[in-house]
Structure formats: C-alpha cells, structure tokens
Design a protein around this ligand. Structure first.
Ligand SMILES: [Zn+2]
Ligand SMILES: [Zn+2]
Length: 308
C-alpha cells in the first residue's frame, strides 16, 4: 500500500510540473502568471492545510466510525471485481452524482454559498480548482470515498482515485489551449470548464460536468462556442483571505471595511504580503488592488439574480 502512495505522489508532482510548463507553452488565456492572484491561498490553505485536515475528518471521524458500527466493508461486496472495473464503477457513479450536486449548487441559494469560493478566482489555471469551501469538500469527498470503503473495494482504489481526481481536476481548470474535437463529448477538459468559470451570462447555468462531459451533453447543459470567455470569477466582491472566504458562506463580510476598521485584522491580513515584500522587496500589498474595476460592465442579468 505504501508503495502505491509513493507512486501516486510522484505522478502527482510530475503532473504539476508538466501543467506549469505546458501552460507557459500553450496558454488558453495569454499572459497569465504562475504566481497569479490567489496562488498562495490556493496552494497553502486549500491544497495543503485544508485537504490534510479534511482527509483526517472524512476518513477517521466519519467513514471509519460508520464502518465500525455497521461492518459493511467486511462483506467485501466489490472486492473480487477486477481492479479496473472497481475503478471505473466508482469513477462513473461519483461523477454522475457530482454533476447533479454541482447543478443543484448553482440553482440553490443555500448551496451556492458552499460553491461560490470555487468560482472566485479571477484567473483560472491548474491550481484554481483546488479552491473549494471545506463544506463542499466534506460533502463531496465523504460521498465519494464512503462507498469505496463500505463496499469493501480493494484499498488501492482510494489513492488511485484520489490521484485521478487531482490530475483530472488540474486538467479541466488548466490554462491550456487544447482542442480535443469529438473527445469533448466524453472527456471533460479546459475547453468547457474554463467557460464554466467565466463571469458571462451564457454559462451561468452550463458545463457542470467534472470528468465526463457526456452528462452536460445528455442533460442539455453543454456550452462550447468557438470563442473564449473574456472575464472569469464572480462579479461581486468576494474576500481574498481564506478564513473570510469561509465565513462568507454564513455572513457576507466586507473584507475592505474590516481591514480599514480593525487594526488586529489589518496586521494579520497584511502579514503574508509583508513577509513576501520583505523577501522580494517588491510591493505585493494585496490590499492595494483596485476593486472598483470589478463592477465595470457587470451584465444586467447576472448570475446571482437567483441568489437575492
Ligand atoms: Zn460551478
Ligand atoms: Zn471548477
């Protein structure tokens, strides 16, 4: 088992390097920097810290206690299936679930609060997909991994599936100008998912698929024009700080007001940029980003109409 994790981690790290290099060579949106706005929040908070704690919570405090109570995994219901079939089964069933849950998140005011963080990056690249509210991850990964454990799948399915999730997630968000032709009916990629992150009316309710694009084509939500989006992210103000992004789901906080009002918060908020500034001797104060531009050319019929 240990050597599987060693292989999956190596493949994951090599994939990261490959995506960074490929994004420089074949960009979907030209001029996007590796260290784009929000890069460190996505890497440190969402990818490393949040996923570390959620993994413990989901596996050790939710799935294992359920299994200890019902002893379902000991029935080994799918254990004797070929590994490839087990993997395909869990990939397809979870992807089908995630299509509908994702679609529901875009239509429900309440569930949108768990999903808006994912749409908040103004620049979308290989790392942008990792930005997901912990409630969203908690729901989706529990529903993803509980059946694998409870149906008694081969234990190697967990790290393999986690690797496929990570690499496919990087691929669909990547700033890569791929043209997959007819494959885009089946295999989802940046051609459709970059559009899903656009702040444009045409895609407010489109392209919900994650791995298999076929769900969008089957259920009438596919959007694949022969052009590219010109704006990404949310049209409304959204915090840049990880903790405020989490609080935002419960209470709409005004980050700028908080920075101006609270000295302690201002100190915390500027700590990371100040450390970076200290090392790079460059002005990286994130509070200095002009915010007014976000409200220019907001389409009349906005994505958040249904949220009011
Ligand atoms: Zn979405
Ligand atoms: Zn996404």
């Amino acid at each position: 088992m240990d050597h599987i994790v060693y292989y999956t981690t190596t493949i994951l790290l090599l994939s990261v390097v490959a995506f960074i290099i490929l994004e420089r060579k074949f960009p979907y949106t030209k001029g996007l920097k590796v260290f784009r706005e929000g890069f460190w929040v996505d890497l440190i908070w969402y990818t490393l810290i949040q996923s570390y704690f959620l993994k413990i919570l989901i596996f050790d405090y939710i799935i294992t206690p359920i299994d200890n109570h019902y002893h379902l995994s000991s029935l080994k219901l799918v254990y004797n299936w070929p590994i490839a079939l087990q993997l395909l089964f869990f990939l397809v069933t979870h992807d089908f679930y995630i299509y509908w849950f994702h679609r529901w998140q875009h239509h429900s005011k309440l569930l949108w609060r768990t999903h808006e963080a994912h749409h908040s990056n103004k620049e979308v690249d290989w790392l942008a997909g990792t930005r997901s509210h912990s409630i969203e991850i908690l729901i989706n990964q529990t529903i993803e991994f509980a059946p694998i454990i409870l149906l008694g799948a081969n234990p190697i399915i967990v790290p393999i599936k986690a690797l496929i999730d990570a690499v496919w997630g990087m691929y669909i968000h990547s700033n890569l100008n791929v043209k997959t032709g007819k494959w885009q009916y089946f295999i989802n990629g940046p051609e459709m998912h970059q559009w899903h992150h656009a702040d444009q009316r045409e895609v407010f309710f489109a392209n919900y698929s994650t791995k298999f694009a076929i769900w969008d084509w089957l259920f009438g939500t596919a959007f694949l024009p022969n052009r590219k989006p010109h704006r990404f992210g949310l049209y409304y103000n959204y915090p840049k700080d990880y903790f405020l992004q989490h609080i935002f789901a419960i209470k709409k906080v005004d980050e700028e007001k908080l920075v101006n009002k609270s000295k302690a918060f201002r100190f915390y908020y500027n700590l990371r940029p100040n450390i970076l500034k200290f090392f790079s001797k460059k002005n990286t104060d994130i509070t200095s980003t002009p915010r007014e531009e976000k409200f220019e050319n907001v389409p009349e019929e906005t994505f958040a109409e249904h949220l009011k």
